[in-house]
Design a protein around this ligand. Structure first.
Ligand SMILES: [Zn+2]
Length: 79
């Protein structure tokens, strides 16, 4: 049994999934509750962030407040 190979494959798949999710999220915009502005973040800053549903615990680049920001899916070909 190639147990280690299987484990490595599972870990690689998980890592790919996490990066893929971050890439998808980098296309979304986040809404800051504190200042009401929408912002985007590069996928590298979206790795391993805490989230509940569509709310993400992020720091707003506009006002610097850290809080739960709602993700908004990109619409059409905008941006
Ligand atoms: Zn803000």
């Amino acid at each position: 049994m190639q147990l280690w190979l299987g484990l490595a494959l599972v870990l690689a798949a998980l890592a790919a999934l996490i990066v893929w999710q971050a890439c998808l999220l980098s296309r979304c915009r986040f809404w800051c509750h504190a200042c009401g502005k929408l912002f985007r973040l590069p996928w590298t800053q979206l790795l391993l962030r805490r989230h509940v549903g569509e709310d993400w615990l992020l720091r707003c680049p506009h006002c610097g407040q850290k809080g739960w920001c709602k993700a908004r899916k990109p619409m059409g070909k905008e941006g």
